[in-house]
Design a protein around this ligand. Structure first.
Ligand code: TEU
Ligand code: CA
Length: 549
């Protein structure tokens, strides 16, 4: 059990997500690996992060880049060995960094031993580890679709049954209704806890309690029962950070997931702000402009609703999302300014910030020829939409904007060949802008995006108002400014961001000259009410009690 339930360590922590395949290659096979991560721990310590969330490194046929696990207790040889993983956990500790591993518990790979057994016969002891329905070839039990396209049901002729898969065909859904499955999973998690991991990220956790007969995927009726049991059997035995991925989370559900009594997780990833720039009720590929006021409202709603009765995670990016600077900033003329503005905006809020590798450099989206994409989802949408008669140029416009490979291009370390990521042939092309955008250059430049992130991390540690303050949105109807104030005891933290690329006069009239300018992405101007393109500032006002002698 945690020692101090009221302020667990992760409330002031900042997490950095490593997508291992694209972070650092150490043996020139073109694929990032665990030893590569070890070589970059100094860099991460310099940035000041507290934990690494490591996307899956377990054994996997890599049909979905490791989110299809064939052995939860071994490392994929492509990334290294179990000993390398143990060493990474220890080495990271020396850099004051914990390792959070990614648990993919909704499904396994079809190459997992359980599934290999399960499909042998209906009587096999592992058969019920997965979700089967009787049927006839060509007529699946219902019309449910898989996330990556096609039917959610796959026919297995020798059994005369279909199995259910919410994602790829090679990712059969595990049957959480079966207590044996749950017990095996808990054993496996405890085994990782004994190895000294600092926490867990739980992949699509809100989909584990699926009820395919009712066409329910997210938020099934037994979901919180399962999660509470999982938490009790595992996480609550340690002092961990846990974060569930929950595309279907509302603020009410998030209060359950992140209940301060510790009965479920530390926090969840919610995606309400993430789906905004797409046509209502359509897919992410159906692009629409960002409704800015709605973005403000949604962020305000989450900040307010979870205050003192839950905990937010704060993120713009992950391995499934396009680069935020290309998405809602400006990746051309104002790349540096807008990347910093987006950082300031998010890092001033309450919650645990997550930085996705390269975000701290303002890395951008890419535009490749379709043959150079690697992601299963990207290929599927290209094929499906081509079959449906979409114009190729429209499909490519969607892929440029939203492909998951935007996030998966190699980390840009320096201006040498392949951005210093590999001495071999990278598994996915490097973004051609690496000579301009790279870590080496930014480490030397105090005005870089890197140094902005570093400063924001340090501020969160220094001032309690970042973790503890309440939230009030300012100028909710303003079309250009995203501004808010956080208050905690005597401290007031103002965050004011010009969200767009035009110079604007700020309507706020506080006495800025009496406050401390904690951070700004422009040199201090003379006119305190004028904001340059994408200008962002943080002011701190403290009610100093003057003692009169
Ligand atoms: O993603 C969950 C999920 O819902 C995604 O498929 C999402 O809809 C998609 O990426 C949007 O483009 C998690 C992992 O983060 C993702 O990488 C995996 O592919 C997926 O689960 C399956 O494990
Ligand atoms: Ca390698």
């Amino acid at each position: 059990m945690r020692e101090d339930k009221h302020s667990p360590w992760w409330k002031k922590a900042v997490v950095y997500q490593v997508y291992p395949k694209s972070f650092q290659d150490s043996n020139s096979d073109g694929i990032g690996d665990l030893n590569g991560i070890m070589q970059r721990l100094d860099y991460l310590e310099e940035l000041g992060i507290d934990a690494i969330w490591l996307s899956p490194v377990c054994k996997s046929p890599q049909d979905d880049n490791g989110y299809d696990i064939s052995d939860y207790q071994d490392i994929d040889p492509m990334f290294g060995t179990l000993e390398d993983m143990e060493r990474l956990i220890q080495e990271a500790q020396k850099h004051h960094i914990k390792i959070i591993i990614d648990l993919v518990l909704n499904h396994s790979s079809d190459e997992h031993f359980w599934f290999q057994e399960a499909k042998k016969s209906r009587e096999n002891p592992y058969h019920d580890y997965y979700v089967w329905r009787d049927g006839e070839e060509g007529t699946p039990p219902n019309d449910m679709r898989a996330c990556f396209g096609g039917s959610a049901w796959e026919w297995v002729p020798q059994l005369g049954q279909y199995y259910f898969h919410q994602f790829a065909v090679k990712q059969p859904d595990l049957n959480w209704e079966n207590p044996k499955v749950r017990a095996e999973i808990y054993d496996m998690i405890r085994w990782w806890m004994e190895k000294g991991v600092g926490g867990f990220r739980l992949d699509v956790i809100d989909q584990i309690a699926k009820e395919p007969d009712r066409k329910i995927t997210n938020n099934g009726s037994r979901l919180h029962e399962f999660i509470q049991e999982l938490s009790q059997e595992t996480f609550q035995k340690g002092d961990l950070i846990t974060v569930g991925e929950a595309w279907g989370a509302t603020t009410d559900l998030a209060k359950l997931y992140s209940n301060p009594d510790g009965s479920e997780f530390s926090m969840v990833f919610q995606f309400e702000h993430i789906g905004l720039d797409q046509q209502q009720g359509k897919e992410k590929w159906d692009l629409a402009p960002l409704p800015f006021k709605k973005l403000k409202k949604i962020m305000e709603h989450w900040q307010k609703e979870l205050f003192q009765c839950g905990w937010n995670s704060l993120f713009w990016n992950n391995h499934d999302l396009p680069r935020i600077v290309s998405r809602w900033g400006d990746d051309k003329e104002y790349r540096t300014e807008s990347a910093k503005m987006l950082a300031v905006l998010l890092h001033g809020m309450q919650g645990t910030p997550y930085i996705y590798q390269g975000e701290e450099l303002g890395m951008t989206n890419v535009r490749y020829d379709i043959k150079d994409y690697r992601d299963i989802e990207t290929w599927n949408v290209y094929r499906e939409r081509t079959e449906q008669g979409y114009e190729t140029s429209d499909i490519m416009a969607s892929i440029y904007a939203k492909s998951r490979d935007n996030a998966r291009t190699p980390m840009q370390w320096d201006d040498s060949a392949n951005a210093g990521f590999t001495k071999g042939e990278p598994w996915i092309k490097v973004n051609p802008n690496y000579q301009e955008i790279n870590a080496k250059r930014q480490l030397r430049d105090p005005d870089s995006v890197f140094h902005c992130y570093k400063a924001l991390i340090a501020l969160r540690k220094k001032h309690d108002v970042f973790a503890e303050g309440d939230f009030e949105l300012l100028l909710p109807e303003d079309p250009a400014f995203f501004a808010y104030v956080r208050t905690y005891l005597g401290e007031r933290l103002y965050v004011i961001c010009n969200f767009y690329g035009k110079t604007e006069a700020c309507p706020l009239t506080e006495a800025w000259e009496n406050m401390q300018l904690l951070y700004s992405n422009y040199p201090k101007g003379t006119d305190l009410n004028t904001y340059q393109p994408f200008e962002a500032r943080m002011y701190l006002s403290t009610n100093d009690i003057v003692l009169v002698e």
